[in-house]
Design a protein around this ligand. Structure first.
Ligand code: CMC
Length: 430
């Protein structure tokens, strides 16, 4: 074996093994040959929370956390946010290349004609309690779509996959808006296919009695960019859920329901809500230094700061900060933005944050924008889910077509009781 290998000596047996290194990884299965005897199962790697384990080979998004780089299919997020649209980015993420004009037109058409949902789904949403969290409704409603499209089971049929992808990207905003309107007791607003993807979502969210809703172009653009920024983020918790559940070869609606459920958790899709609460609690720019002092004393964490992967400024946070200014020109400035800016200014000059490599992440400014646009806090993770849907679909398809992938089934290190005999009730200790 050449230089691209790892030599391991098992000190239990004195035996030496050479294991190939490919793309900076060794295969965990290559460890299995390392055993103490014929009866020994062989060595496994132990990696709770997958902090140093690659579960797949992927060509969708690339992150360099130290440099603060995010690319979808090789294109820098900054260029896509500046020059592309969410549906074009969806095409790119799902199909791997930027579309031609004709391909984009067909793609947008396919999404647009699928925005309506079956009337029975409306009845299903009606069944939720009046104050149901819209994310809980979304998880259930998107899973329920599988019962309306039994053809979705044909996951190895290219045409069927394309149809389900269009349906999912098209219907997530409709389900999301219906979930919101149910939770506030407003009649549902049907999709308006004359509008853009983001414009139609604003229509379904905020239309009142007017005959036709006209979205503000600046808010429509801001929302479109926010969707772009959330489109994919390599093997995060929900992408991993999508792949893991999808690996059982279930239909994509059920797998997206699982991914959406993963996003529901506060450690994944809920941080921007925490940022908003924190800024409200700080209350005023003059209270910022004291708050930072308490963070440094370990009383609590600065919400919207730090990231498992980014050890530099999250590139999405920079773009969101710029978009915030465009939004505030329409909505008026949020009083929270000055507190956020001061918090960022003080933190970025402070030794604690510098030495811990803590920078603003995507959630630091997004909640302030959503709030300024009149989205209630409960809808924040729902907005994230709409933006992330093309990423989930791309991850799912890549997994399905990857010959190396099989049903995801991790190993465990068993630490429970060894074999023992069943004790009848009367013989058990009190
Ligand atoms: N404020 C203050 N100290 C922090 C923070 C913070 N926000 N984040 C990390 N630290 C400190 C932490 O106390 C620890 O210090 P020490 O080594 O002295 O004990 C060190 O930094 C490493 O922390 P960690 O918890 O091991 O880092 P992690 O990579 O496991 O956590 C994180 C990443 C995002 C969970 C964490 O930074 C955090 O809790 N941030 C606040 C919540 C937040 O903004 N979450 C949104 C993440 S972005 C969402 C997405 O991309 O989907």
């Amino acid at each position: 074996m050449g230089n691209d290998s790892l030599t391991i000596t098992d000190n239990r047996t004195g035996k030496t093994y050479e294991i190939p290194i490919t793309d900076g990884t060794i295969r965990a299965m290559d460890l299995r040959q390392i055993a103490t005897s014929k009866d020994d199962f062989g060595l496994m790697s132990y990696d709770p929370a997958f902090t140093n384990t690659a579960s797949c080979r992927s060509a969708i998004s690339f992150i360099d956390g130290d440099k603060g780089i995010l690319q979808y299919r090789g294109y820098p997020i900054e260029q896509l946010a500046e020059q592309s649209s969410f549906l074009e980015v969806s095409y790119l993420v799902v199909h791997g290349e930027l579309p031609t004009a004709a391909q984009l037109k067909a793609f947008v058409h396919n999404i647009t004609v699928h925005t309506i949902i079956h009337e029975n789904i409306k009845k299903f949403v009606d069944g939720f309690h009046y104050d149901a969290h819209p994310m809980g409704i979304l998880v259930s409603a998107v899973g329920a779509l599988s019962t309306f499209y039994p053809d979705a089971k044909k996951i190895f049929d290219v045409q069927s996959r394309q149809t389900q992808m269009s349906r999912l990207i098209a219907k997530m905003p409709t389900l999301a808006a219906f979930a919101y309107r149910h939770s506030v007791g407003m009649p549902y607003a049907y999709p308006d296919n004359d509008l853009s993807y983001a414009g139609n979502f604003l229509n379904m969210m905020f239309k009142k009695t007017e005959l036709k809703y006209t979205p503000d172009p600046a808010l429509e653009h801001a929302l479109d960019v926010l969707f772009i920024l959330h489109a994919d983020h390599e093997q995060n918790c929900s992408a991993n859920a999508m792949r893991s559940v999808g690996s059982s070869q279930v239909d994509p609606y059920s797998a997206v329901a699982a991914a959406t459920a993963a996003l529901y958790g506060p450690l994944h899709g809920g941080a921007n809500e925490a940022v908003l609460r924190m800024l409200t609690e700080i209350g005023s720019v003059k209270n910022v230094p004291e708050y930072v002092k308490r963070v440094k004393a370990g009383e609590f964490r600065l919400q919207g700061f730090g990231h498992r992967i980014y050890k530099n400024y999250d590139p999405r946070a920079k773009i969101i900060k710029r978009i915030a200014e465009e939004v505030f020109e329409v909505t008026g400035k949020s009083p929270l933005i000055d507190i956020a800016l001061e918090l960022e200014r003080i933190a970025l000059a402070d030794d604690y944050f510098i030495s811990h490599k803590l920078y603003p992440n995507v959630d630091f400014y997004s909640g302030i924008i959503y709030q300024a646009m009149n989205f209630p806090v409960d809808m924040f993770p729902v907005l994230f889910a709409i933006g992330r849907t093309p990423g989930w679909i791309a991850q799912w398809q890549e997994m399905l077509l990857d010959k190396e992938q099989r049903i995801a089934r991790p190993r465990q290190v068993f630490i429970g009781a060894s074999r023992r005999d069943y004790l009848p009730m009367e013989r058990r200790p009190a």
